[in-house]
Design a binder for this molecule. Structure first.
Ligand code: UDP
Ligand code: MG
Length: 309
């Protein structure tokens, strides 16, 4: 058998309506490249017909493979499984929903095969068709991450990437369980070329990301790449300590000069609420890191495969 040159890794979760459209597009592009290719569909515990469709594709075409999870493990796990299984010299991660145009692959491949870049990545330049509140929080997230982490997370970067073996090997060295790809990619470095394109609507169905899921994912990213939130607790502590000293001096002087007028239970309650609020907030931050350590030390696999071909 010829050596496989290009591997496409395609995570799918309840995508029965998009797979065939994607398949036709992707195969056309791959065949036009005249390279030996494989497409690895990763069924991330879909509840619809996704698995059936990709099984049929794999039966009819030797270049198609699939991995099917025992349940939904999330897109990060699906991409990881596909990347670990990929045989090609050049590996592409791409969504099945039509939002990542396979027509970009030949250009991306050229940039990487020329040796000038190790990875060709994509970012979308607009957020058209997205609720304004979502865009607002996305921007907030990127600017926050820029301030509190050492890595530069590219705004609007998508998971649509083409990388060479060297790049993939480096990526797979990072064995953390809480995977936040958007941060892992810039962390490993290398020379990356960015392609920009405007947002494309999905072929069918809705995004699998609710606002809440995205919010939690962004917190994952923050805690995975920065320990600065821990410093917030210390800053609050120092601030409260200094305030307390000032108050004590003030109370002593008032006692000496004016006697002892006891007043204001309301202010006492406010102080108690303020301090306990800050304490709970700080414990919460601490808790986030402990939860991450907990999930790392358990060493659970990041996905379970039910069947594969
Ligand atoms: N996906 C997945 N597992 C999940 C959620 C999504 O494998 O738990 C896949 C999905 O089928 C699609 C890609 O990840 O191919 C991107 O998902 P989606 O379009 O919902 O995200 P968005 O494009 O809105 O970021
Ligand atoms: Mg999408």
């Amino acid at each position: 058998m010829n050596k496989i040159e290009i591997s496409l890794v395609v995570p799918c979760f309840n995508e029965e309506e998009s797979i065939l459209v994607f398949y036709k597009d992707a195969v056309k592009i791959c065949e036009s490249l005249n390279n030996q290719f494989e497409i690895i569909f990763v069924d991330d515990g879909s509840k619809d017909n996704t698995l059936n469709i990709i099984q049929n594709l794999a039966d009819s075409n030797n270049s198609i493979h699939y991995i099917s999870f025992s349940r939904n493990f999330g897109k990060e796990a699906a991409m990881l499984a596909g990347l670990q299984a990929a045989q090609g010299d050049y590996i592409v991660t791409i969504d099945v929903d039509g939002q990542d145009p396979p027509s970009l692959i030949p250009d991306m491949l050229e940039a990487v095969t020329s040796g000038e870049y190790d990875c060709a990545a994509t970012r979308r330049v607009d957020r058209k068709g997205e609720p304004p509140i979502r865009s607002f929080f996305a921007r907030l997230f990127y600017s926050l991450m820029k301030k509190v982490t050492d890595i530069e997370i590219v705004s609007g970067a998508r998971d649509f990437r083409l990388m060479n073996r060297k790049y993939l090997d480096a990526l797979l060295l990072l064995q953390e369980r809480n995977r936040f790809s958007k941060g892992l990619f810039p962390w490993i470095g290398f020379k990356i070329k960015y392609y920009e394109y405007e947002n494309i609507e999905r072929i069918k169905g809705n995004t699998k990301w609710s606002f809440w899921k995205l919010f939690l994912y962004s917190l994952d990213g923050l805690f995975a790449f920065s320990s600065k939130p821990l410093a917030i607790a210390s800053v609050f502590g120092v601030f409260l300590f200094i305030t307390a000293i000032v108050f004590i001096i003030f109370i002593i002087i008032r006692r000496i000069v004016w006697g002892d007028p006891v007043d204001g239970w309301a202010s006492t309650v406010c102080i108690i609420l303020f301090c306990s609020g800050i304490q709970l907030f700080s414990i919460g931050i601490l808790g986030q890191y402990i939860a991450k350590i907990h999930s790392e030390v358990k060493q659970r696999p990041q996905y379970i495969i039910r069947e594969a071909k």
